[in-house]
Design a protein around this ligand. Sequence first.
Ligand SMILES: Cc1cc2nc3c(=O)[nH]c(=O)nc-3n(C[C@H](O)[C@H](O)[C@H](O)COP(=O)(O)O)c2cc1C
Ligand code: SF4
Length: 477
Amino acid sequence: MPPSVVPLAQIRTPEQLARVLKKLDLTLGFDAVVEKGKSSPLAQPYRLPNFTIGNRFCVQPMEGWDGTPDGKPSELTFRRWRRFGESGAKLIWGGEAVAVLPEGRANPNQLLINLQNLPELAALREALVKSHAARWGTEDLLIGLQLTHSGRFCRPYSNRLQPRILYHHPILDRKFGIPPDHPVLRDDEIRRIIQAFIVAARLAAQAGFHFVDIKHCHGYLGHEFLSAVEREGDFGGSFENRTRFLLEIVQGIQTEAPGLLIGVRLSAFDFIPFRKGVDGVGEPEEWPRDQPYPYAFGGDRTGTGIDLTEPRQFLELLRSLSVRLVNLTAGNPYANPHIQRPAQFPPSDGYLPPEDPLVGVARLIRVAAQLKAAFPDLLIVGSGYSYLQEWLPNVAQHVVRTGQADFVGLGRMMLAYPHLVADVLEGNPLQRKRLCRTFSDCTTAPRNGLVSGCYPLDEFYKNLPQAKILEEIKKRR
Ligand SMILES: Cc1cc2nc3c(=O)[nH]c(=O)nc-3n(C[C@H](O)[C@H](O)[C@H](O)COP(=O)(O)O)c2cc1C
Ligand code: SF4
């Protein structure tokens, strides 16, 4: 049986929330009263050496699976980015994953950065800035572009997986039908990908972005390097080799696009993949008890615990490279989504939550706080807050006020209710009907080849023809 999840919408007072947390034996700080206006901790500016970011809300990268076949943004993409701008958040972390090579796209509708698509990507950034300017000043709005190669999860030309892997992972290979003779990326192919990231960063600078994110999370290529402990050659084995990809990209960008800031979104911990178990509840995949699980970067040898030794080393490396912008997330949405995007309701390819999703939220916040304490000079964005719903502002304020993270990153909530940021900063009551309730339709839709969006709560998506198809898909489950 799934653990009985306490629906957050039913928790109406701070005392009730404290009782629920106690029952779950969870340490998750929150402020009983959310401040408004200029004195709010969430309204405080954050100062970088050459830029001041206007407040402590960050829009996380959120893909829409809605680009054109050649990787340009569509009207749906523009709409999403305009809403990110309207939200009032002053840090836009990447907008969404943008592939640096056609064969590295996660889906045939992922954005692609190249010379041909540059005018449209620049226009996308400008649309966001313009929508922000209509209500907020823009001199303190920092915007990055998330650069990616999807590695093991490439589906560049159709819904068919065309994986580019760094090593054979016994569980993920089986789960995604990768045969033992599937070729592993060669070192010379990796060097070509590194060059593509550097070229892409130069283009992003030309398009006006303040920074690029060299994506190292969610099981995609950058992240897979970190667990390539068994790989031979220049890019596997030792920590130094597993981070060579990052190092060479960063050094290349610093030479080719001086002045462009660099950030890294990192899955700071990972677990073994999970599967649907008894009653549909998630459970860890089987692994021999007498063998340590070696593929979880930031995970311990059990596969379901955390060991931050290497993530700390990774942040040391970032610091030594003068990379200050860090966005901490976890896991892999195809393998263990509950540790990355805590949700009450699973997506179509997921499983019922094996823990109260509050446990997942608290885990993400705790890890970010531990790393922030160890690296106070780095700008740290935390992830996984949307499940908090009514209590998001209370926890967010507490986290920022107590210095557990510098920014509160919002993902799904920015699809459902981007104006939450404005409402919190201005002290308006939350619009409860617009709060993301973690129905996971924004994940189920793209898993079934449809554009992503908040179908249950955003009238625009509710009225798209795809909403009916999605309903049918959900009924068949
Ligand atoms: C529909 C959807 C698209 C996403 N796209 C991206 C992406 O392009 N890049 C990325 O780093 N994370 C992506 N994520 C993960 C989110 O940025 C975020 O980490 C996650 O949803 C947890 O935060 P939340 O609780 O605020 O939603 C996506 C998540 C969802 C649900
Ligand atoms: S579909 Fe909407 S309510 Fe459901 S998880 Fe996504 S953003 Fe939240």
